[in-house]
Design a protein around this ligand. Structure first.
Ligand code: ADP
Ligand code: MG
Ligand code: MG
Length: 898
């Protein structure tokens, strides 16, 4: 078994398919070498050796790979015509880490390894460039000291010990840039650096190149189990067994003078996806200088220079001229680089992010990988590559990361404006987007300003209208599935929830953060994508649903088998969802309709009534309103199925809790305040989510079910009269026993039958149930005998299966996740292992009874990619999610099929 893979001079032992063994960087270095791109020769120690090191320790592993490493160094020496450790003609190397996926910041690279007091003299003589030789030496000690000898800043606020020495010298010499150091300065730095190492570690800096090399290799292996890497792995769910590879490679020098330099470039624009080659470089520089921002980097292309000058608001022409593009400064190198970027993009068939270095007029490529990009760029690049014939339709679909589509669907902050933003606190990024407005503390005051941000300790269903009017919602309490978060996501409205640092005083209408007060009417901005709460006004822009986005959706439809419906409670939501491609409604929550100002009164009358007769009277007032609602929704969705859920929440949510409103209600209904208070107290429950709700309401007050069924069927008939087809699906919530369902179904069917007779006209409709009580999942075969369809309410199903109260889980879920007790929030990502069993089982049992049983999901999970894929694999006919998640679910549905 090989533990070391060589590359260089148009050949290689490995290739790009071997990322697991060679790491991403190593596999691509091999591949580039194979296709004739000039990469400095080198070799990769495999990730398996890292695992062996963790098991067997240093000595054993060094013995295992010693011969191969020595041979491989010899190979580099032959190809470069230099010798490792030689005093006259030295080879210097870089030692680079590289896991199978890029893990930013996990481990640094050591450059210029092989240097010592004698080698530096030889290198200076050979190149006739003392400046370069000593600059390389001081860089080496600095990097080796930091990476291998642990000479890192002691704490976050501490300054890097080497930087400190450099800063002091710069100050003393009155210079600003690293390039301004004289040869003597650099020699002094080397001396001082070595002294600092001795002082801090107690040991002399290692002078033997081979000792240096083994030290660096072991340091890279150790970094795999360093705090940063372990944390990063845990966050992304990467297993420790992966290990990191080590890449050892001949140095090429970008710091040899005015004819040398280094840079990074992208084959397309990573921000917009535009097909323009772009990047930055620095003359006379090495390694990360470009990224580190010590000097202002220059643009690769002429066009880039022009754009940069506009953005940076460079006014004087001569300043631009001081920063010429590579295209202008070194046209032949630029042409060569341009050729390689083209070759590499075509070869990898994706946008590439590359590193390059030119040494004394010769160009070398040091790294290539598929470039990171924004959501907008991701879509455009996938569609463009498809059009250019570089990839096929399936590949284009798979190239798009579903969750990143979200970025395209909400207003966004202007990136420039964000740079100067003052972030005052952070909460959970509950619903993405950008919102700027004036603070209001009460939902019914949301309309007070043209742009308002609703700031609440938490929201309740009563706040719905105000939430809809506000530009954004900020809560001090509640998690990712709190009321505010769920509703906001449904609305596609920016929301930050659970910002614990906020102290809200409703009485004084004051928001306090860190001792600073913000008042009603003060400007505040929310970044729903990061959870940042920003003081004042930040400019926003409307997102553009570009042509490519529409193309992507069309393509998704071509491949998707499982349908995507939407959760919509109003004609407006239904219309938005349709434009996003929803293929029906999977959930209409009728209770939301009762909170509107003209309805809540009738609703409260109904609740306060002490007799069936009194309730029926109040329900008669509600009937025409509901009917009208349904007509609107049916019309918006014409031709497509619409699932309407009968009344679900506990009645307690509908009655007023403030004394003033209770008084108003008492006056309006000509009853005593005490009577209202009594009723409110009577409705109060210890555990409302497990209390008098769902079909338990319909079964205790059948007249509610009757009224709602009537409204639905009459609405459908009214539309039929107008020639509009609609397919109502009436859904009974919170069923746990067959009898519960049967009793409700009976009412629905009897009501429908009555109406058909009255009007001498019929319409096709279905009666089905939510599966959200674990018992219903267990009884699925029996329930399917009666029900026309199942819809998994995975919010409640998760709540009841775990026994976690959705409204209280915010207190412990974050801790559970931090401690690794839970991998993620089960209300956000469906727990496939546990809750998923119930879903699968209920689907199977239901279909055993009724093979063509229609099955879908309407919980929050219906818009979460991994859960959507699970739904497809469980054989569901559709998922249903909030309008703004519809495109995401459509894409996942297509990807799951492919
Ligand atoms: P990272 O993974 O953090 O990008 P790299 O291993 O790619 O770390 O190296 C860091 C920097 O050093 C990059 O700018 C890279 O181009 C440069 N570099 C690495 N190896 C060499 C080399 N052999 N010659 C010149 N520059 C190198
Ligand atoms: Mg790199
Ligand atoms: Mg439910």
């Amino acid at each position: 078994k090989s533990r070391v893979y060589k590359f260089g001079d148009k050949s290689a032992d490995g290739n790009s398919t071997m990322k697991n063994l060679l790491g991403g960087k190593g596999a691509n270095l091999a591949e580039m070498s194979l296709i004739g791109i000039p990469v400095p020769p080198g070799f990769t120690i495999t990730t398996e050796v890292c695992t062996e090191y963790n098991l067997l320790g240093k000595d054993t592993v060094v013995n295992l790979i010693k011969r191969e490493v020595e041979e491989s160094i010899e190979n580099i020496e032959t190809l470069m015509g230099t010798k490792f450790g030689d005093k006259k003609n030295p080879l210097l190397i870089s030692v680079r880490s590289g896991a199978r996926v890029s893990m930013p910041g996990m481990m640094d690279t050591v450059l210029n390894l092989g240097m010592n007091d004698e080698v530096v003299l030889g290198l200076a003589k050979k190149t006739n460039n003392q400046q370069f030789a000593w600059d390389s030496y001081r860089r080496f000690i600095q990097m080796y000291g930091g990476v291998v000898l642990g000479m890192k800043p002691a704490s976050k606020d501490d300054i890097d010990p080497f930087e400190e020495i450099m800063e002091n010298l710069k100050e003393k010499r009155g210079i600003e840039l690293d390039t301004e150091f004289t040869i003597q300065d650099l020699k002094d730095l080397v001396f001082d650096f070595k002294a600092a190492v001795k002082k801090r570690t107690g040991n002399d800096f290692p002078t033997n190149p081979w000792d240096q090399l083994w030290g660096a290799i072991i340091a890279v292996f150790n970094s795999w189990n360093g705090d940063r890497a372990v944390y990063y792995r845990a966050m992304n769910g990467y297993p420790a067994e992966w290990g990191t590879a080590v890449n050892v490679q001949a140095m090429v020098y970008g710091n040899m003078g005015e004819n040398s330099g280094t840079g990074v470039c992208f084959t397309r624009d990573a921000g917009t996806g535009e097909n323009v080659f772009n990047g930055e470089y620095l003359i006379n520089a090495q390694g990360e200088d470009v990224v580190a921002g010590v000097r202002t980097p220059q643009q690769i292309t002429k066009l880039g220079s022009k754009r940069w000058a506009e953005l940076a608001k460079v006014e004087e022409v001569d300043r631009i001229e001081n920063y010429p593009s590579l295209e202008e400064l070194m046209p032949s190198i630029f042409n060569e680089l341009n050729t390689y970027q083209d070759i590499l993009e075509k070869h990898y068939r994706d946008m590439q992010d590359m590193e390059f270095t030119m040494q004394d007029g010769k160009l070398w490529i040091l790294q290539t990988r598929n470039g990171k990009r924004t959501g907008a760029a991701m879509v455009k690049i996938a569609m463009d590559l498809l059009k250019e014939g570089m990839i096929d339709e399936k590949e284009a679909l798979l190239m798009v990361e579903p969750n990143k589509l979200d970025e395209l669907l909400h207003p966004i902050f202007d990136a420039n404006a964000l740079k100067s933003a003052n972030v005052i606190a952070q909460g959970l990024p509950a619903s993405p987007g950008a919102a700027t407005g004036k603070i209001v503390f009460f939902a019914d005051e949301a309309a007070k300003y043209k742009n308002s941000i609703l700031v609440r300790i938490e929201t309740s269903p009563e706040d719905l209208e105000g939430m809809n009017i506000a530009k954004g919602i900020l809560t001090a309490r509640g998690g990712m599935t709190s009321h505010a978060a769920v509703v906001a996501r449904g609305m596609g409205k920016c929301c930050i929830s659970g910002a614990g640092a906020l102290k809200i005083n409703y009485k004084r209408r004051i928001l306090m953060v860190d001792g600073i007060e913000y008042h009603d009417g003060d400007w505040i901005s929310l970044n729903g994508s990061t959870g940042n709460i920003i003081e004042g006004k930040v400019a926003t822009m409307e997102p553009e649903l570009s042509g490519e986005f529409a193309e992507l959706m069309k393509l998704s439809n071509k491949y998707a088998v499982m349908k995507v419906r939407t959760n919509a409670d109003s004609p407006k939501d239904a219309r938005i969802a349709r434009t996003f491609g929803a293929q029906g409604i999977g959930l209409t929550r009728t209770e939301h309709m009762f909170f509107d100002i003209d309805r809540i009164k009738a609703m409260r009358e109904m609740i306060l009534a002490n007799t069936v007769k009194g309730r029926k009277l109040a329900l008669e007032d509600l009937l025409p309103m509901q009917r009208e609602d349904f007509e609107g929704i049916f019309e918006a969705m014409q031709g497509l199925p619409v699932t309407i859920r009968l009344l679900d929440p506990p009645l307690h949510e509908f009655v007023p809790h403030q004394l003033a409103t209770q008084k108003d209600l008492a006056d309006e209904m000509h009853i005593s305040l005490q009577a209202v208070k009594n009723k409110v107290a009577e409705l109060e429950e210890f555990n409302p989510m497990l209390g008098h709700r769902g079909c338990r309401l319909g079964n205790t007050y059948p007249e509610i079910t009757e009224m709602q069924s009537r409204a639905i069927i009459e609405a459908a008939l009214n539309l039929k009269e107008r020639g509009i087809i609609c397919k109502p699906e009436i859904m009974i919530p919170l069923v746990g026993t067959v009898k519960e369902f049967e009793a409700q179904e009976k009412i629905v069917r009897a009501t429908a039958k009555g109406i058909f007779k009255e009007r001498n006209e019929t319409v096709e409709y279905f009666v089905g149930t939510m599966i959200e009580v674990p018992r219903a999942a267990l009884m699925a075969d029996k329930i399917a005998e009666k029900a026309d369809f199942f819809s998994f309410g995975t919010n409640d199903l998760t709540q009841m299966t775990f026994g976690y109260s959705r409204d209280d889980a915010g207190k412990f879920l974050p801790i559970y996740i931090e401690k690794g007790i839970l991998k993620n929030d089960p209300f956000e990502i469906l727990d496939q292992e546990g809750v998923g069993q119930l879903v699968k089982m209920a689907t199977e049992r239901g279909r055993n009874t009724k093979p063509n049983l229609k099955v879908g999901i309407c919980g929050e999970h219906g818009g979460e990619p991994s859960s959507v894929e699970f739904c497809y694999n469980s054989g569901m006919d559709y998922v249903s999610c909030s309008p703004f998640r519809v495109p995401i679910a459509r894409l996942v549905s297509a990807q799951a099929t492919i």
